[in-house]
Design a binder for this molecule. Structure first.
Ligand SMILES: NC(=O)c1ccc[n+]([C@@H]2O[C@H](COP(=O)([O-])OP(=O)(O)OC[C@H]3O[C@@H](n4cnc5c(N)ncnc54)[C@H](OP(=O)(O)O)[C@@H]3O)[C@@H](O)[C@H]2O)c1
Length: 296
């Protein structure tokens, strides 16, 4: 099977690409010279592929990288290019809580992309995934660097919510199955094997990097401000405003409710020492190099 992976240089896409021989996986991203909204370039890249894994996406807007352009126009272009190239199936990575009319452009644009794919007439699988972790992620990486920078962690909202983190290896197992003949014309929820409070996840990560951390519940408004501020000044924000929304409502249940994975594809691994250790970045907290002052 030959596949194309949009977002193939990103965290999830990279892990997926590693499951294939280099000649069987066409990696697509701006870094490889193809923007996700360029139909002609995508169709050329998709030529000879059996399926497309659509993993390109953003969780904060910068300049021309808007949710509308990357998620809506990008998905429309991927569908059009797949038709032109005669691709059999598109597997799209969406977010567990992507839904319409919720006031978050991240969630709404991801939902619109889902709807386009469901209406495309092509075979598809949409994975509505919760938070994914592994080396190079946005979860363990950030938590470990936060607790090595400051011994305080502000949890999101006065009433704390839970997450069900998915090891990237288990998520990739589902992607590979869907790129084959599994889950035809389906939208499914993907969650990890353990559900835990964010503060518990933070304490597990802190223990592994040898830090003690005090978790202080803070109102969501505080994190919205922190999100806006760190989006403006950091290359990867401490917390993006879209992530504030995710953490404020918890990442454990699909919205709207959707089908569950069949038993044999369901992730089972806990958020434990072995898996967190495998995801840890090199030791150290945030530094001035994490700032994006003056960059676009
Ligand atoms: N990580 C999670 O926990 C999680 C959970 C559920 C859903 N998701 C969704 O899954 C997708 C991938 O997540 P990730 O964690 O792998 O993100 P990531 O590490 O930030 O990777 C994003 C990828 O998309 C590419 N990309 C962004 N804008 C593009 C454009 N205009 N044209 C072509 N490629 C573009 C990036 O490459 P370039 O910058 O080089 O273009 C990169 O390869 C996202 O849509 C995310 O919202 C992620």
């Amino acid at each position: 099977m030959r596949i194309a992976i949009t977002g193939g240089t990103g965290f999830v896409g990279r892990n997926l690409a590693e499951r294939f021989a280099p000649e069987d996986a066409v990696v697509i991203s701006r870094r490889t010279g193809v923007a996700v909204d360029d139909v002609a370039a995508l169709a050329e890249a998709f030529a000879g592929c059996d399926a497309v894994a659509h993993c390109a996406g953003i969780n904060r807007e910068i300049g021309e990288q808007t949710y509308d352009r990357v998620h809506r126009a990008g998905t429309a272009a991927v569908i059009e290019a797949a038709r032109i190239a005669g691709v059999r199936k598109i597997v799209m990575l969406s977010f567990l809580r992507a839904r319409p009319g919720c006031g978050s452009e991240y969630h709404e644009s991801k939902w619109d992309a889902e709807e386009m794919l469901r209406a495309s007439g092509l075979d598809y699988t949409i994975l509505k995934a919760g938070m994914i972790y592994g080396r190079g992620d946005h979860l363990v990486d950030h938590l470990s660097r936060i607790v090595q920078t400051i011994p305080l962690f502000a949890s999101v909202g006065l009433r704390e919510r839970s997450i069900s983190p998915i090891p990237v290896e288990e998520l990739v197992d589902v992607l590979v199955a869907a790129l084959g003949d599994r889950l035809p014309r389906s939208t499914v929820a993907v969650r990890g094997g353990e559900t835990l409070l964010l503060s518990k996840a933070v304490r597990r990560v802190a223990a592994l990097v040898g830090r003690r951390v005090v978790v202080v519940p803070m109102p969501v408004a505080f994190h919205r401000l922190l999100g806006a501020l760190t989006e403006a000044v950091m290359q990867v924000p401490l917390v993006a405003t879209a992530q504030v929304r995710m953490l404020a409502e918890g990442v454990t249940h699909a919205a709207p409710p959707t089908a569950e994975l069949p038993d044999d594809l369901r992730p089972r691994q806990p958020f434990d020492q072995a898996r967190i250790s495998a995801a840890l970045p090199p030791r150290g907290g945030f530094t001035l190099a994490d700032l994006r002052l003056g960059r676009r």
